[in-house]
Design a protein around this ligand. Sequence first.
Ligand SMILES: O=C(O)[C@H]1O[C@H](OP(=O)(O)OP(=O)(O)OC[C@H]2O[C@@H](n3ccc(=O)[nH]c3=O)[C@H](O)[C@@H]2O)[C@H](O)[C@@H](O)[C@H]1O
Length: 432
Amino acid sequence: MRPVAEQELFLPSTPGKFKDKSHSMHRQFHRCFASTSTLFLWALFLVALTAAYLSFQSFVDSGSKYFSTAWGGIHWEKQVRDSAQIHRQNGFSVLVTGAAGFVGSHVSLALKKRGDGVVGLDNFNNYYDPSLKKARKHLLNSHNVFIVEGDVNDARLLAKLFEIVAFTHVMHLAAQAGVRYAMENPHSYVHSNIAGLVTLLEACKTADPQPAIVWASSSSVYGLNEKVPFSESDRTDQPASLYAATKKAGEEITHTYNHIYGLSITGLRFFTVYGPWGRPDMAYFSFTRNILLGKPITIYRGKNRVDLARDFTYIDDIVKGCVASLDTAKKSTGSGGKKRAPAQYRIFNLGNTSPITVPMMVGILEKHLKVKAKKNVIEMPGNGDVPFTHANISSARRELGYKPTTDLQTGLRKFVKWYQSYYGYNHGKSVK
Ligand SMILES: O=C(O)[C@H]1O[C@H](OP(=O)(O)OP(=O)(O)OC[C@H]2O[C@@H](n3ccc(=O)[nH]c3=O)[C@H](O)[C@@H]2O)[C@H](O)[C@@H](O)[C@H]1O
């Protein structure tokens, strides 16, 4: 019986191959083949196991880029609930997306300080140094703002958050920022600024009560518009970058949700926001780093040797504009996914109304840093940049009481002070 059993067990799938061999040879061969094929099967099994492990790891890695599973559970829910607690009369409970980001962290702190409930949401992606985002998170934690680690594309997470907290407002600042990076990683813009926005709006539309939404658009939507200063009614159908195109798409998408579902929407076109805790990918920040390290900086120049200019806007002014937008936002009018009445839809420029050229900005940095920059001036590459920006803010002034008060000199002085203390810069050496 045994040989038969062996035969059954170890014969290859083409058993006819060995049929004319003698019985003993057959058995000997069988024994030999049995051990080889056992080894072979084990090896195969190990290879399969390793492959399965590796592909599972890569699935987890790529998944965690977008959907962190670091949420859920009783303790987590309590943290969310506590963070959303309102500590002033008629205060808000605000979900701030992108709360570990530059503008998000500042707005979260301002709201918390005045007694609003704030729950942050951030995916802590590595577009720029995540340790800066973690440091902002620690700062917020020390002011009792809890930041949920997750992505705006995670519909389950958003549904859970709205189940735990009846948010009165959503301050949507999570986005893929940066004008030039869109050429390197176009899909990250679609993922965050389009798909993520729609997922968030779906959650808001379904929520009961529906929150009012204030979100970050961008001055870049003016694209190749030449009429200055830029007014909200100017044309915005000539974007110069994919980043601008996704922000413009966001304005159209939010309009649809306003129209169909009664969501109250305020879009804010930020003009080159700068200041302490800023974004390392932006020019003023990376120039500072390079100047202090003695490395050259590249300054882009427009056609006919015209300097590029930006309406640089200080973070504290932007925060005031964001908070005023929340304060003046009317309630959404829908429920159960249906609009009950027309809802508010607004778009505002939040700029500084005084454009400064990039070489002038560098001059101010040199003065504050007390170091001369090594400048490398080149013609602006065709990378999505626009030659200048200049905001007309009369609408925000009228409706929000928005009035920027910080000029670039003052704002960059505050930034440099923060930079030097954060990075521990001392006598030509940076400790971080
Ligand atoms: O208002 C916005 O909506 C956008 O503002 C910001 O974009 P920008 O105004 O392009 O700021 P930023 O990169 O600091 O470049 C500033 C200037 O330096 C020039 N620049 C830049 C890099 C360089 O190496 N050299 C250079 O000359 C460059 O040509 C430009 O003239 C945000 O990043 C963006 O996310 C979005 O919010």
